[in-house]
Design a protein around this ligand. Sequence first.
Ligand code: ADP
Length: 340
Amino acid sequence: MSDEILQPEAAADDLAFEGALRPGSLAEFVGQQKVRRQLQLLLDAAQLQNRAPDHILLAGPPGLGKTTLAMIVAHEGERPLRMTSGPAIQHAGDLAAVLSSLVPGEVLFIDEIHRMARSAEEMLYLAMEDFRVDIMVGKGAGATSIPLELAPFTLVGATTRAGLLPNPLRDRFGFTAHLEFYETDELHQVIERASRLIGLEIDTDALREIAGRSRGTPRIANRLLRRVRDYALVHGGAADHAAVSAALELYDVDEHGLDRLDRAVLSAIVERFDGGPVGLSTLAVTVGEEAETIESVVEPFLVRSGLVTRTPRGRVATAQGWRHLGRREPAPEPRLIDDL
Ligand code: ADP
């Protein structure tokens, strides 16, 4: 869904912009108060004992600040940072190459850690626990393993699917942070800061409107801000509430922040399956999208917005979900007295 303005994954044109807007310290990081305090404690304790902080797992939907937090962990401890991702580690050898070149105290960030190769996962267990890996040399009966000492490092893993991580890997993190969607007030602060940094004059009403339509996600809030800036620039007007409404209408973002795909999923449940329950894979086929995208991006937002609930038998539209599409939830079937 690379054409979607509300997709929470980074698009190519986000990267340069995001680099400039990333908060550089925990104090500048908006929201996630509990996680911030927990991380601060972890970093302070490591600093006092002059050791690398414990390994950290950051779990949550895309665009909520996992990469930013990994950078902050390195920055606050004045430690170098190495960044890689699960899909880039397809063999244990890929991981061995990264691990063996780390300098003492380095922070290793592995994004989408749930997508790493199984063989690499097993190597990582030992590396995280004992700062050691066993390198296999040779093949068949003549194969031997050579232990290799590693520099102490801090692994920061990020995942949108904590449930997909094998328990032995999950257990080796000293701290797991579950990032939550942001409140509108918090997103307001995020884009207020961003507009200052990009030198955009924008009024409070406009900021509030953008914040309310950003699916609880800072990356989306920053992206919508950019489209509003473009709109005001091209039309020669102010970045005000009217510009926000016009720009977001152009990009198909409705007043609750639902985009085309969110609405497609909701209306599939309501129109095609009579409100549900409907299973994830059926839903994915119906709207022509990957099940993983529906599960990790669309569904958490629809559930959080109170439009859909998850039941053991599948996804169900709530009364509010029906109303969002301008429909009324049908009354339950009348039950015969004998059934009661
Ligand atoms: P993730 O790694 O979870 O996909 P990122 O860390 O790349 O998300 O965040 C996306 C963008 O959103 C960043 O460039 C940053 O500017 C912004 N951002 C994320 N979280 C915050 C926050 N708490 N405060 C301010 N900006 C944030």
